[in-house]
Design a protein around this ligand. Structure first.
Ligand code: HEM
Length: 140
């Protein structure tokens, strides 16, 4: 049986998994952008297009960047801890800002249209995901 130490020091197929994860992540972002651009009129901060900022920002922030932030320590396992920490932190900060823009967009859109807030399972689960993601932040 392979020991835990040898598994950790020889990631083997890790580069392929990482490349595949990046390909999938970029495809999700590109497909969301294409869906919004081609079928939903694009994005803008005014009018009905303001809503479209929400899905795009949530996918870029909470799916793509947040996911990459989690991969940093595995992918750059041979780099200095300080460097990977900075990269990890930066990705989390970008993810947080972009996700926040996505949330502000949907709440602002609802307010301008006079729609109710937090009326769906999606909205409550979404708030929970956002809050739980970012209350985990530890600065060491
Ligand atoms: C992690 C990703 C996401 C989070 C955390 C999230 C969070 C939220 C929250 C908190 C609201 C409530 C806004 C309000 O009550 O004024 C909302 C609304 C909405 N979101 Fe998302 N969202 C995410 C991704 C998406 C995506 C990818 C789509 C579309 C493909 C989407 C479509 C909607 C729609 C249609 C509404 C309005 C209806 C409703 O409140 O359920 N969301 N989202």
């Amino acid at each position: 049986m392979e020991s835990r130490t040898s598994m950790a020091s020889s990631p083997g197929a890790l580069p392929y998994y990482v490349a595949f994860s990046q390909l999938l992540g970029l495809m999700v972002v590109a497909m969301t952008g294409a869906w919004l651009g081609l079928y939903r009129g694009g994005i803008a901060w005014e009018g009905t297009l303001q809503f479209n900022v929400h899905p795009l920002c949530m996918v870029i922030g909470l799916v793509f960047l947040q996911g990459d932030a989690l991969l940093v320590y595995r992918v750059f396992r041979n780099e200095a801890k300080r460097t990977t920490k900075v990269l990890h932190g930066l990705l989390h900060v970008f993810a947080f800002i972009i996700a926040l823009v996505g949330l502000v967009a949907v709440f602002d859109y609802h307010r301008k249209k006079g729609y109710a807030d937090l009326y769906s399972l999606h909205s409550w689960c979404g708030m929970l995901v956002f809050v739980l993601c970012f209350v985990q932040v530890q600065v060491q």
